[in-house]
Design a protein around this ligand. Structure first.
Ligand SMILES: Nc1nc2c(c(=O)[nH]1)N[C@H]1C(S)=C(S)[C@@H](COP(=O)(O)O)O[C@H]1N2
Ligand SMILES: [Mo]
Length: 408
């Protein structure tokens, strides 16, 4: 208590003596009750350059910014509305003309270095629309709260990525029969500034690495990848936790064991291999690495809080995705899950792209309603209506997205 009081009186004093915030006068500083802290500088932090102003800032060191669901309404997520999840600081002095990608590792037949130009000219180019969802999306829903960014519903994107197949590049180097995993390394900087440490270095098993849609991409939505999202080269692995899609990519190791890079162990991107009680403890050995993401959906129109005239039909829409699988059914409910109405559901543009869904809703009378959305994957597994299994990292909350609307 005492230290808080000291801090408060310090702030109070500094207001009265300086009476400015970011060079502006705190005009009514003398009226501020002693126990109240001014909101101050933190209210004036800008979003990263080029981002839509309605994105939500979770952290600026490192950048963590999420997209409110109604801003995910585009079929292909544009750069200005794409969530940002950085574990470290941005790389400095990026020079695409000198950028190199090293392929190495115990299970690589050789160590080879590729320039961006090598990648662009020596291999066939592919474009896929790929869903990238942070495994911690929805973390805010868990109770007790788990540490990490308290993402709500918007740490997901589905942009169009252009590049070469990781498979083609790895095969040109040569893969030994004992290969188990690939691990990526990027050029971003550890928050401590320590150049020997990597903020994050994750990977996927060979089977996922060698899929058609796993890309080494240099373009997003037909343009250079924005710096925030990995310029000039990014690994893009759709349907799995977005943390395996390494940004500012400069090395891939073909490993003869499960990759042991930063954030591959402990609670990072791992969940209990058997259910535990909320807040419970579990040994590291009983945590397993998250692979394909679970089925999920989002309502992108209207925005929660919409007011509609009585008697009007509402056009409702959103997206649904299911990790490595396709979504096979989409339903909505306006009566808290008592009954469900089937929606139209489009095929994905390609494997691992989200699917557009839409429907028309009529409301029986005026009043307050919630619209709940539920997707079911090709294996018949649907989204839970309430928060799924608690886990120490707060991952994989794929419960139904809901919005509130008022009629009349
Ligand atoms: N090099 C590097 N790659 C990274 C990260 C990072 O911090 N550094 N964050 C990962 C995580 S946890 C996520 S969710 C996605 C976020 O991608 P985005 O910021 O392009 O939306 O990038 C992944 N790739
Ligand atoms: Mo993430």
């Amino acid at each position: 208590m005492e230290s808080t009081n000291n801090r408060r009186s310090f702030i109070q004093k500094s207001i009265l003596s300086i009476a400015t915030v970011l060079g502006s006068d705190v005009v009514f500083a003398k009226h501020l009750p002693k126990e109240v802290e001014i909101l101050g500088e933190k209210a004036f932090i800008d979003l990263p350059e080029g981002k839509n102003k309605d994105l939500m800032l979770l952290n600026d060191r490192p950048w963590n910014v999420e997209t409110p669901p109604h801003l995910l309404d585009d079929e292909v997520t544009p750069a200005d509305k794409m969530f940002v999840r950085n574990n470290g600081n941005l790389p400095e002095n990026i020079d695409a003309s000198k950028w190199e990608l090293v392929i190495d590792g115990e299970s690589a037949k050789a160590r080879k270095v590729f320039t961006l130009n090598d990648l662009k000219t020596k291999f066939k180019t592919y474009t896929y629309q790929l869903t990238l969802e942070c495994a911690g999306n929805g973390r805010y829903g868990f109770s007790p709260q788990t540490s990490g960014n308290q993402w709500q519903d918007g740490a997901v994107s589905c942009a169009e990525w252009t590049g070469v197949r990781l498979r083609d590049v790895l095969e040109s180097v040569g893969i030994n029969a004992d290969a188990v995993y690939i691990g990526y390394y990027g050029k971003d900087i550890h928050l401590s500034g320590d150049a020997t440490k990597s903020p994050i270095s994750r990977g996927v098993p060979m089977k996922k690495a060698l899929e058609d849609e796993t890309l080494l991409a240099w373009a997003m939505n037909g343009k250079d990848i924005p710096v925030m999202h990995g310029f000039p080269l990014r690994l893009v692995v759709g349907g799995w936790p977005a943390s395996v899609s390494g940004k500012w990519l400069n090395r891939i190791s073909i490993r003869n064991k499960v990759h042991d890079g930063e954030k591959m162990s402990g609670h990072s991107y791992r969940v209990p291999s058997y259910p535990i009680e909320a807040g419970g403890k579990i040994a590291d050995a009983d945590l397993k690495i998250i692979e394909s993401m679970p089925v999920k959906s989002v309502i992108t129109y209207p925005k929660s809080g919409a007011m509609l005239e009585e008697g009007r039909t509402l056009d409702l829409r959103g997206h649904a995705w299911a990790g490595d699988l396709e979504v096979k059914n989409m339903e909505i409910s306006i009566d808290f899950g008592a009954t469900w109405q089937k929606c139209e559901l489009r095929k994905p543009k390609n494997r691992l792209a989200w699917q557009r869904w839409s429907t028309k809703v009529n409301f029986p009378k005026k009043g307050y309603y919630e619209i709940w959305a539920k997707a079911t994957d090709a294996n018949g597994i649907g989204q839970p209506m309430i928060i799924p299994a608690w886990n120490p990292g707060g991952y994989l909350n794929n419960s139904c997205h809901r919005i509130a609307v008022k009629i009349g």
